[in-house]
Design a protein around this ligand. Structure first.
Ligand code: ZN
Ligand code: FE
Length: 255
């Protein structure tokens, strides 16, 4: 039996995600945008919460922690790099750490930049990754606490995941990300096509996530900062990858 994953909209533009292992009965909430929305999702699926996997300390990812832990006794796993800011944290994890979720092994990547302690959770056997606010469809998180070089190194770790990895992210920002991406690479045909698809999907009120590493490698300008055609488009042919990333991030911040 394979992992079941249930994504649901939360707050204004967040996504909540439940990961359920039918064999062990374990259910993890990836972050906890709000207790009520996670509870409603659990009730809809008939699943019992056993874990919360926290990606980073921001309130829109941890607000539900305390109430959900009080109600269910779930174990909260979160980033060692900012553990003091994660309500109710039980287990602190960092780069290269692994832990079991049923029979599955969960691997932890440190992806600092948006926050200094931000982590991603990867389940290689299920070909799935939960990246919080490090990467979005055709976008990436704002670099609030770290540096551009740090965030580029974090995105570079995601670049190395198998291309068919399915990626869940924290927010539905895809349509505005696509518009911005087209200002960087107006001639990227994969991007043009994806932007049109996203408009159709959003017009139907449907989510554009999850995405895949393959789709992001082809269309996400932040992940593509190392590509010669992106450097050329920005007249930064000889600049280091992180500086090209930094230029793209700065343009998006000011867009
Ligand atoms: Zn955040
Ligand atoms: Fe967020």
């Amino acid at each position: 039996m394979t992992l079941e994953i249930y994504q649901f909209p939360a707050r204004s533009d967040n996504y909540g995600v439940l990961v359920h292992d039918p064999e062990s009965g374990n259910t993890a909430s990836i972050d906890a945008p709000s207790a009520a929305e996670v509870e409603a999702a659990l009730a809809a699926k008939g699943w019992k919460l056993t874990h919360i996997f926290t990606t980073h300390h921001h309130n829109d990812h941890t607000e539900g922690n305390a109430a959900l832990k009080a109600q269910t006794g779930c174990e909260i796993i979160g980033p060692s790099g900012e553990s003091e800011k994660v309500p109710g944290i039980d287990k602190k994890v960092g780069e290269g750490d692994t832990f079991k979720f049923g029979k599955y092994t969960v691997e932890v990547l440190e992806t600092p930049g948006h926050t200094l302690g931000h982590i991603a959770y990867v389940i290689p056997e299920a070909k799935v990754a939960f990246v919080g606010d490090t990467m979005f469809a055709m976008g990436c998180g704002r670099v609030f606490e770290g540096t551009h070089e740090m965030m580029w190194n974090s995105l570079s770790k995601l670049r190395k995941l198998p291309a068919d990895t399915v990626v869940y992210a924290g927010h539905e920002y895809t349509q505005s990300n696509a518009k911005f991406a087209l200002t960087i690479e107006p001639d990227n045909e994969a991007l043009q096509q994806r932007a049109a698809e996203v408009d159709t999907v959003r017009a139907q009120g449907m989510p554009t996530l999850p995405t895949t590493i393959a789709a992001e490698l082809a269309t996400n300008p932040f992940l593509r900062a190392c590509e010669p055609e992106v450097k050329a488009a920005l007249k930064m042919n000889d600049a280091p990858d992180w500086a090209v990333f930094g230029e793209i991030r700065t343009r998006k911040d000011n867009a």
